[in-house]
Design a protein around this ligand. Structure first.
Ligand code: GLC
Ligand code: MG
Length: 737
């Protein structure tokens, strides 16, 4: 054990972070390379690192997409990257190899769920917490959370509903927006996450009230404002005796009187950042010009004429306005400002007793304000959510109505002219940033919430445990066998034997997953299991394989539904089959989204071949399963008990040969053939006779559950020994069948 783990607390937690999009790596993040690589990608890496250092955290795995694309660095194709002290990036393939913008990831997210499950199986350990970022990872993490019974924490970063509203308000066409941004999928995923997550973390109170407030499921969730940490190590107040050499070079050559205080602003050249309003405020106020110079960093530029149209407009307006107000010698517009110059610029401004100003119309968060505060610099900012919270926490700035340039001007002047206030703001900003916005502060607040959440979760589990067995977290990724049985005429039929089997299954929980595969609907399956006192299985394959659910809570497998939807046209099929008078629809409860069921006695049943040809002629695709010489099930081509088992094998990373399956009739055939270990019970229907010559299928002599037990023994499971343990009565029962 190394020294870092030795210092960890007793039950340190394992956190699984998921952030699907953008380019994520541990060093030299390519910020701004595209719209998906920026704030969020930085945040997740810094958060993972900071959390891993906490004494109550054992490990943080940050899962993201693996990208193999000649156009981008090989770094993103590495399956694993160490971030130090117990944190790492884990990259999993999802969809095509090439880089995809986030709006295009939706069809591939179910694969990401499966990949995460495989990853967890390899780990041999399940996380205590899943923390997801943005709607795409929110979707993936919610599925995992449901499948595994692990609480989900979510950070939205930005939300679809407010964005859609904003864009519609600006006159964009709904259809075009949908095509470009896939809002429908995004918002649906967000609604589900809002409903499901145990905790949602936001940066500001306003984000909760005004953005999450737009969601229908708003009232379901617990929210907590924990502003992101900033890497304040890069930002610090000026030190005596030091000089900001680079910053001086960038700025002073523009200025006639460089020693004056400076009003400093930094932003992208974006109209909403309102650089225009700032220049107007300064240009229209002789006092302000008297009191300070103005320094504007508006992105970097080579040649204004080569900028994108909207940026070019901002820059030319700026240059024209400087000329119009005749601000030459008073305004500095540094051309090339690198990431490394920024902290120095703040320091230089602080040294000269200047002010940071954010003149934007809106500001949901305000990272630059925190950077300014960490540099000992008071600020003026819009009276919007982000700055409001920051001023509340740090008491280091003034809020202005940035829609009116005069309001910006008077706030700036008020701060510049009051030296005492300036000093107070600078000092309380330094303290406040450390207390509220450092990663250390963030992680402390975060862990407090997590402790509370896990405690609650444990209590919940204990409570449920007392009432119903089987309530523990899913151990599906950790099992090494699965036993899947049909219900009617297989599991059920011999009460004593079923009792023995149930007992044996219970003794092996944790290593062995128990499942049923039935033609019944999920409701009817649960009812009959209850009636026969069988514990609700870990896996429920119902409606002839067209639905998969898990455990007591009947969590649906959405990946399966998405997979089998392919080529399924239920209404059209129903109409086409109406042509055969021998087919009578079964009761309504047997008709499901992915299953059409008929009764067809042998005399009335048209030859299957004829039905196939009819559907084929109509270009319809479906699977026809006839069983018990009575039932005809029409299913999507990808759905059947057999396909469902193969999907489960893939999804949960278990080889098919570790599935022991048992059945008695036609709709079981597909799961009995192939690599599974199959048992056919002695009381099987004639549909299965033709399988006798298949050597990997064991035909038991005993009937019902006793047949399954016989099969388990045949496959060398330790069932015989256990059942003999003090249970001679049951032995006697066994031998009578
Ligand atoms: C169950 C179902 C029925 C189905 C039959 C055969 O009895 O309720 O809908 O047709 O199994 O799979
Ligand atoms: Mg059956």
């Amino acid at each position: 054990m190394n020294s870092t783990t030795a210092q960890k607390s007793e039950n340190p937690v394992y956190i699984l972070m998921i952030s699907m999009h953008g380019l994520i790596r541990g060093r030299d993040m390519e910020l701004g390379r595209d719209a998906d690589t920026g704030g969020q990608t930085t945040y997740v890496v810094e958060l993972s690192r900071a959390l891993a250092q906490h004494r109550e955290v054992e490990r943080v795995d940050l899962l993201t997409r693996l990208i193999e694309d000649p156009g981008i660095s090989l770094d993103y194709a590495r399956p694993e990257e160490d971030l130090g002290s117990g944190a790492r990036i884990v990259r999993l393939p999802c969809g095509p190899k090439r880089y995809l913008r986030k709006e295009l990831l939706w069809p591939h997210l179910n694969q990401a769920v499966d990949q995460c499950l495989h990853f967890l199986r390899q780990q041999g350990r399940l996380p205590d917490l899943i923390h997801t970022h943005y709607a795409d990872a929110g979707y993936v993490g919610q599925q995992l959370s449901l499948l595994l019974g692990i609480p989900q924490v979510h950070t939205g970063h930005s939300l679809g509903r407010p964005k859609l509203e904003r864009m519609l308000a600006s006159g964009r066409k709904p259809q075009a927006l949908e095509k470009q941004f896939n809002f429908e999928r995004r918002i649906a995923a967000e609604e589900e996450v809002v409903k499901h997550a145990s905790l949602i973390i936001t940066s500001t109170q306003q984000e909760i009230d005004q953005q999450y407030g737009l969601y229908h499921n708003f009232n379901h969730t617990r929210f907590r404002v924990i502003p992101p940490g900033t890497d304040t190590s890069r930002f610090s107040p000026p030190l005596r005796g030091r000089r900001e050499q680079n910053a001086l070079k960038l700025v002073d050559r523009y200025l006639a009187e460089p020693d004056k205080p400076m009003i400093f602003s930094i932003s992208r050249p974006d109209a909403r950042k309102n650089i225009k309003g700032l220049v107007a405020a300064y240009g229209q106020s002789p006092e302000l010009q008297q009191a300070a110079n103005l320094v504007i960093v508006a992105g970097t530029r080579e040649d204004v004429r080569e900028l994108e149209d909207s940026e070019q407009k901002v820059m030319t307006d700026l240059l024209f306005d400087i000329d119009r107000y005749d601000l030459w010698g008073k305004v500095a517009l540094p051309k090339h400002v690198s990431q490394d110059d920024v902290p120095e610029l703040y320091r230089l401004v602080a040294r000269r007793r200047g002010i940071f100003v954010n003149p934007a119309f809106t500001e949901p968060f305000g990272l630059t304000l925190i950077e300014a505060a960490a540099s000992g610099l008071p600020f003026v900012a819009p009276g919007d959510g982000g700055p409001r919270d920051i001023v509340g926490n740090c008491r280091n700035g003034l809020l202005a109505n940035t829609l009116e340039s005069a309001s910006i001007g008077s706030a700036l002047l008020a701060m510049l002219q009051d030296r005492k206030r300036w000093r107070q703001c600078a000092n309380s900003g330094l303290v406040g940033v450390w207390r509220h916005y450092s990663w250390a502060a963030h992680v402390e607040k975060y862990m407090k919430e997590v402790r509370r959440l896990l405690r609650r979760d444990k209590k919940r589990l204990r409570r449920q445990h007392a009432i119903i067995r089987n309530a523990e977290k899913s151990f599906m990724p950790l099992v090494n066998m699965a036993m899947i049985s049909d219900i009617d005429n297989t599991l059920i039929g011999d009460r004593q034997a079923l009792k023995q089997l149930n007992h044996w299954l219970k003794m092996h929980r944790g290593q062995l997953a128990f499942g049923i595969a039935t033609g019944r609907s999920i409701e009817s399956a649960v009812a009959i299991l209850k009636k026969h006192q069988v514990d609700i299985p870990d896996i429920l394959i119902s409606s002839v394989g067209s639905e998969i659910h898990y455990g007591k809570k009947l969590i649906p497998d959405l990946g399966w539904a998405a997979h089998i939807r392919h080529q399924w046209r239920r209404e059209v099929l129903a109409e086409a089959l109406g042509k055969f008078p021998g087919l009578k629809l079964q009761a309504a409860e047997n008709q499901r989204e992915f299953k059409l069921s008929y009764i067809a006695r042998p005399g009335d049943m048209p030859p299957l071949q004829e039905i196939h040809e009819h559907l084929h002629a109509l270009k319809l695709h479906a699977q026809l399963i006839y069983s018990h010489e009575e039932f005809l099930d029409v299913l999507p081509v990808r759905a059947s008990k057999g396909h469902a088992i193969r999907y489960l094998a893939y999804k949960w990373g278990l080889p098919l040969c570790s599935f022991l399956v048992a059945g008695d009739s036609g709709n079981d055939i597909e799961m009995l053939v192939g690599d599974t270990r199959a048992v056919v019970v002695g009381n099987h229907s004639s549909d299965l006779e033709h399988l006798r010559d298949q050597e990997q299928i064991y035909f038991a002599d005993a009937h019902f559950a006793a047949g399954i037990i016989e099969g388990l023994r045949h496959y060398g499971m330790d069932i015989a020994a256990e059942i003999q343990l003090g249970n001679t009565v049951q032995q006697a029962e066994l031998s009578h069948v």
